[in-house]
Design a protein around this ligand. Structure first.
Ligand SMILES: [Zn+2]
Length: 264
């Protein structure tokens, strides 16, 4: 069994059998992995909070060729993101981000740039700087990094250039359709050209600048419907955390505490 050491973020963590914990983590060099930490359910002394959801850690373990689950022997904590855990909205957004990554990545298939993006988003949420606009930027970037790449710069049908002010997004075709093609083929989700341009910019913005990219409320709202529909259709998974997050975003469930309700 070859040993491994990898910097990672815990994407899912649950009690497993009588004494163990089953965790899913995304590691820089190894991509998403699932593993069992023996005795971790009872022995918090050995693992502490290091296997909690969203913890940034260095995971040590063994990988058996052909086995689905790795053995997790230890995890050294780099960041616990206490600020994220103290607020309902920040925590809900961080859980949503973790679920999004867990859903659109394949096991043992590392995606260059994905861990730095995840860490940056968690840092911003931890500092109370992550509004809903940050989620749109994250979503646009992750879809690109994971290879789904929605077509936003040209018509998916005729490859022609796009003219605003409003265009259609065809979820099944994976991109924007021009007015002429929409007339022939039927339209899709109608969005403003500004939203398409904003999402196109969002996926290209550097990590050092993502907190400065301000999306308009319209782009945040239209982008939410568009990107979640794209994810559900192309990734083929329903996001479980989305109903709770949407209830918070729409104010159906009130939020309390510091740095919450930040939008934009
Ligand atoms: Zn066209």
């Amino acid at each position: 069994m070859p040993p491994f050491v990898t910097e990672a973020v815990i994407l899912h963590s649950a009690d497993f059998l009588e004494r163990d914990r089953l965790i899913t983590f995304y590691g820089d060099e190894r991509g998403k992995m699932r593993g069992v930490a023996k005795g971790a359910k009872r022995s918090r002394r050995r693992f502490g909070a290091n296997l909690e959801l969203l913890a940034h850690v260095v995971v040590r373990g063994f990988e058996r060729p052909g086995a689905a689950l790795v053995r997790v022997d230890g995890a050294d904590l780099i960041d616990y993101y206490q600020g994220v855990r103290e607020g309902v909205m920040g925590f809900a957004r961080a859980c949503y981000v973790a679920e999004w990554i867990a859903g659109c990545t394949a096991e043992r298939h590392p995606l260059p740039g994905l861990l730095p993006l995840l860490l940056r988003v968690l840092q911003l949420l931890d500092a109370g700087k992550g509004g809903e606009g940050l989620l749109r930027i994250f979503e646009a970037k992750v879809l690109d990094l994971a290879g789904y790449r929605p077509r936003l710069d040209r018509c998916v049908v005729c490859q022609g250039s796009l003219k605003g002010p409003r265009v259609d997004f065809l979820v099944e075709r994976g991109g924007v359709i021009c007015a002429d093609c929409a007339e022939r083929e039927g339209g899709g989700v109608r969005v403003s050209m500004g939203t398409i341009l904003a999402l196109d910019e969002a996926r290209r913005v550097g990590l050092d600048r993502i907190h400065r990219l301000a999306l308009t409320p319209l782009a945040v709202r239209e982008g939410r419907a568009l990107l979640r529909a794209f994810y559900t259709y192309h990734v083929g998974r329903k996001l479980r955390s989305v109903s709770f997050l949407e209830a918070l975003e729409k104010g159906v469930i009130p939020t309390q505490g510091k740095g919450e309700g930040a939008r934009g």
